[in-house]
Design a protein around this ligand. Structure first.
Ligand SMILES: [Zn+2]
Length: 153
């Protein structure tokens, strides 16, 4: 897991601007989050942060999450559950659609090249320029006797 210094420095200066201390724990949590190439939950983040700093606790992770989001370096994805998924902003491609399996809690990303065209044409009708757009599809697999967890990995 390698996280470039630019991202770390951005996070550090965000903390300092907020008047917060740059602690080892906060940096470890940030590195674990930003180094993730896949969607992760707060619990995943706890496990990965502990690998970098054993003193990180569940409470520390939950307190750090709003800071990660606030820094605009991590984005949260609400899939309509009582917990959220997270992803480094750099890894979110706006021309990708997300399919969330409600049965397995898996998130798949598929190329959605039509989205760019659609977003542009809708925005242009209103004289606007597209900044970002997302498409999220909720689906189920159990009802057709499948499991995404078994089919992938
Ligand atoms: Zn599934």
């Amino acid at each position: 897991m390698t996280v470039d210094n630019i991202a770390i420095n951005k996070f550090k200066s965000f903390l300092l601007k907020k008047g917060l201390r740059v602690t080892n724990q906060r940096l470890s949590i940030f590195k674990a989050a930003y180094g993730s190439s896949d969607f992760f939950t707060a619990e995943d983040l706890l496990v990965n942060s502990k690998k970098l700093d054993d003193s990180v606790s569940r409470a520390t992770v939950y307190r750090a999450l709003p800071l990660l989001i606030g820094s605009n370096l991590i984005r949260s994805v609400d899939v309509g559950k009582d917990y959220k998924f997270y992803m480094p902003v750099d890894n979110i491609k706006s021309q990708k659609a997300q399919i969330v399996c409600l049965d397995c809690d898996k998130i798949f990303e598929i190329d959605a090249p039509f989205m760019e065209w659609y977003g542009k044409s809708v925005a242009q009708k209103h004289g606007l320029i597209v900044e970002d757009q997302r498409l999220q599809v909720s689906a189920r697999c159990n009802s057709i006797g499948k499991s995404c967890v078994l089919n992938h990995k």
